[in-house]
Design a protein around this ligand. Structure first.
Ligand code: 9Z3
Length: 269
């Protein structure tokens, strides 16, 4: 019996550049020594089209700051970084030099960020415990199945549209259990209600059994996160002096995470 995510992917057309992108990521990974630590960072928002010829879409707020800043700190720690983001969200280093696009020469352009994750996972599996997946992108929970989406722009003359969104199956399930079972997988949990934050993060951890959920609240995400693990929970908070000094919370997150990843590698040998 096929699971929800298998049915979901089977219902999607394979992006025309999927094979090309997969091969580029494969070529890149073949040049990385198996002793290297490597991280896949997903970053930025996701859009959900409302029409096949898309005029309108459902979007979310994420600017890609978390992912792009974290990618920089992973590089500083000596990691090889694969950075998956949607077009027009922040890229590593660009925020220091607004208006420039340094990665244009290097990047693989693809609107289908989730399919890039699938391709990249295949290439990361051989790195085993040395691979980290750092899933900071704000992934849409809802979508309109292709078969239910109008081809053309919705017309106001037809009255108020009745839009029925379906749940997207969580990519975390196959990712943790099937695609990269030995990797150090870190997901993010975003909430707006503090009362739900830790419960929801714990829920994700016990459901998918990965290594860490980084929980954050929309309005305080730049100053406070909680690292939720199987048996422990630790908070990272920037104090006013650190904020004033321009210290970014991502530097502390990556520093803490890479220490824990080091221990994980040691335990895995
Ligand atoms: C996050 O919680 C990220 O920290 C932010 C970063 C999106 C808040 P910005 O890009 O914001 O710096 O503006 N990401 C949420 C990841 C997510 O959607 N997680 C899914 C969920 O919560 C599970 S994979 O269900």
């Amino acid at each position: 019996m096929s699971s929800r995510w298998e049915e979901f992917y089977a219902s999607l057309a394979i992006p025309t550049d999927f094979e090309e992108n997969k091969n580029k990521i494969k070529d890149f990974c073949e040049h990385v020594s198996s002793q290297q630590k490597i991280v896949l960072v997903t970053s930025g928002g996701t859009t959900v089209p409302l029409e096949h010829n898309t005029v309108r879409f459902v979007d979310n707020f994420s600017a890609g700051t978390r992912g792009s800043a974290s990618a920089e700190y992973f590089l500083e720690k000596g990691y090889v970084v694969i950075f998956v983001h949607r077009l027009k969200s922040l890229e590593p280093y660009v925020r220091h030099f607004m208006g420039q696009k340094f990665l244009d020469m290097l990047e693989i352009h693809n609107d289908e960020a989730e399919t890039s994750v699938v391709a990249a996972c295949e290439c990361l599996a051989p790195f085993g415990a040395r691979a980290v997946l750092y899933l900071a992108a704000a992934v849409s929970d809802f979508y309109i199945p292709s078969s239910q989406m109008p081809t053309h722009k919705m017309q106001s003359e037809a009255g108020a549209p009745n839009i029925s969104l379906q749940l997207v199956p969580k990519i975390l399930e196959p990712l943790v259990n099937t695609w990269v079972p030995h990797a150090y997988v870190v997901s993010f949990k975003l909430e707006t209600d503090e009362n739900l934050l830790i419960t929801r993060a714990r829920g994700a951890l016990s459901k998918y059994k990965h290594k860490m959920v980084i929980a954050n609240i929309l309005h305080t995400r730049k100053y406070r996160v909680v690292l939720v693990m199987a048996t422990t929970c630790s908070e990272i908070v920037l104090d006013p002096e650190e904020i004033e000094a321009g210290i970014e919370i991502e530097s502390k997150i990556v520093s803490e995470l890479t220490k824990r990843h080091e221990s994980f590698i040691a335990e895995s040998v």
